[in-house]
Design a protein. Structure first.
Length: 140
């Protein structure tokens, strides 16, 4: 299991791989599954904006495509000075796969100066997406 700081560092490294020729807004994400696997992702833009995929969904979909079904933690990092928050679609995808003890670490883009702490927003699922949509508990 990696620390929160290591997960954040992985998200920042994933951010550097973003394909963002239209917005120049790079985002990276790192997700830890309940069995301790780590998956990273970046945002990938497309000339047809609707085909763009966010970093959070890229990381989660990579995890799910490898057999994971529950995520414990997610770190999100972008290039802006304020902590980067998942969009609404990503929040719904997170809700689909979040474990009961899930939390999200949202961090600003610049790494803190030596001796300064990261400005981290830690959000649990209920804070991230209150009153979320869900199907009955016996979903497939």
């Amino acid at each position: 299991m990696v620390s929160d700081q290591e997960l954040i560092a992985l998200a920042r490294r994933a951010r550097d791989k973003a394909y963002v020729p239209y917005s120049n807004f790079s985002v990276g994400a790192a997700v830890e599954t309940t069995d301790g696997q780590i998956f990273t992702g970046c945002n990938i833009e497309n000339a047809s904006y609707g085909a763009t995929n966010c970093a959070e969904r890229t990381a989660i979909f990579k995890a799910v495509s490898e057999g994971a079904r529950e995520i414990r933690r997610l770190a999100v990092a972008c290039t802006q000075a304020e902590p980067c928050m998942p969009c609404g679609i990503c929040r719904q995808v997170i809700a689909e796969f979040a474990s009961p003890d899930f939390y999200c670490l949202c961090v600003p883009g610049p790494e803190p100066a030596p001796g300064q702490a990261d400005r981290i927003r830690l959000l649990e699922l209920e804070e991230l997406l209150p009153n979320r949509f869900s199907l009955p508990p016996d979903k497939p």
